[in-house]
Design a protein around this ligand. Structure first.
Ligand code: MN
Length: 390
């Protein structure tokens, strides 16, 4: 039996608050539709106290998708919690997500509060949020750098006050899988069936996905993540990556999500069209080159049997088919296949002639050759062969 892991999407909140990613309310609504199609479990639509736009976004998403579980963020104070509750008024399944920093470094330099004060404010905010909604999530900001005994104490206290989900973020992307998994395991054991443990990882060391997976193995059942991994600084855990890890390796990870993976590519594309940048070309799952094979040996194997070099069927994430990039590393097999796809039947001689011309051109290129260029080379080769035969 595989366990269900909830996907909490924060593309419209943590993602949106990073440079180059601002979205207007209509843009957030457009993206929200895709996220709903994708099947995310919880949709964090904004931080209502932060701006008028954030309030409107949470309100608009709640009205437009009343069946969706919509979350609004709030610091642990009366004003924030009430503002989040007001923004969520039209949601049928509202979630107030309230947070306070718990690490000594944040308490001392940022909040100027003692551990006891933070705990009291956390409990009070959760109690207040519960007066407005049934579903309250508490986040211990900078949880991964929080002293574990205190972290366990505050988690138990907020659950006793009515929080159903407790999130332990690696706010600064400092933790590593073994360490983070151990911390999450400890909190999951301490809370037992009383609450769902959630994780929220940042990618400053490139470990956001690995940390999230380690946390799920240790007992977490909610992952906070974003499309294309956008978010503060180096970004958040990438939604498409964690989801596809569970789907591709059920032998290692007996977990499943409610994500309809065939919508992943479209969601990534839509986000790229709204914000100022897309994923890097070599980004796992949704990058332009994620299913593009260029090396000759790889292309030869792929053409004989896809599973030699392809671990994910591109159609399962909504990409039409694995692409072969014809460049200087390509071999005769792939070039011949492309010619067939373009409607050419080449003799052995013609293929040889094309192959030599092709590698001569491709050798000076950073990018592969376009189909039209290949067609021109075929004609050139045929003419040369014709001349030689005369
Ligand atoms: Mn964050």
């Amino acid at each position: 039996m595989s366990d269900r892991v909830y996907i909490f999407d924060t593309t419209l909140r943590d993602g949106e608050q990073s440079p180059g990613c601002s979205m207007t309310v209509p843009e957030k609504l457009r993206m929200a539709r895709k996220l709903v199609d994708l099947g995310v479990d919880i949709l964090e639509a904004g931080f209502p106290i932060a701006s008028e736009g954030d309030f409107e976004a949470v309100d608009a998403v709640s009205r437009e998708y009343p069946w969706a579980q919509v979350a609004g963020l709030a610091r642990c104070c009366t004003l924030d919690v009430k503002r989040a509750a007001a923004a969520l008024k039209h949601a049928r399944r509202p979630r107030i997500h309230t947070f306070i920093a718990t690490s000594d470094i944040h308490l001392k330099y940022k909040l100027h509060k003692s551990r006891e004060q933070a705990l009291e404010e956390a409990v009070a905010a959760v109690e207040l949020a519960r007066q407005h909604v049934d579903d309250v999530e508490f986040s211990a900001e900078d949880g991964a750098r929080t002293e574990p005994d205190y972290l366990e104490k505050i988690c138990k206290a907020v659950v006793a006050a009515g929080a159903r989900t407790v999130n332990i973020p690696d706010t600064v992307g400092y933790s590593a899988p073994r360490e983070y998994g151990a911390l999450i395991g400890r909190i999951a054991r301490a809370l037992g069936d009383c609450a769902i443990v959630s994780v929220h990882c940042h990618d400053d060391l490139g470990l956001a996905v690995a940390n999230s997976i380690a946390a799920v193995e240790a007992g977490a059942r909610q992952i906070e993540c974003t499309i294309n991994g956008i978010g503060e600084r180096a970004g958040n855990c990438s939604l498409e990556e964690v989801v596809m890890i569970f789907k591709t390796r059920p032998d290692l990870y007996p977990f499943h999500t409610g994500i309809h993976t065939e919508h992943l590519f479209a969601a990534s594309e839509m986000l790229s069209s709204i914000i100022t940048f897309g994923p890097q070309p070599n980004k796992a799952i949704v990058g332009r080159n994620a299913f593009a094979h260029e090396a000759g040996i790889h292309q030869d194997g792929y053409l004989k049997e896809k599973s030699t070099y392809e671990i994910i069927d591109p159609r399962s994430v909504g990409i039409p088919e694995g692409r072969l990039v014809l460049g200087k590393h390509s071999g005769r097999h792939a070039i011949n296949q492309r010619c067939k796809d373009m409607g050419y039947e080449l003799t052995r001689e013609e293929l040889d002639a094309l192959y030599h011309r092709f590698t001569a051109v491709a050798d000076h290129r950073k990018k592969g050759l376009m189909d039209e260029e290949i067609a021109a080379l075929i004609d050139e080769g045929r003419r040369a062969l014709g001349v030689a035969a005369d």
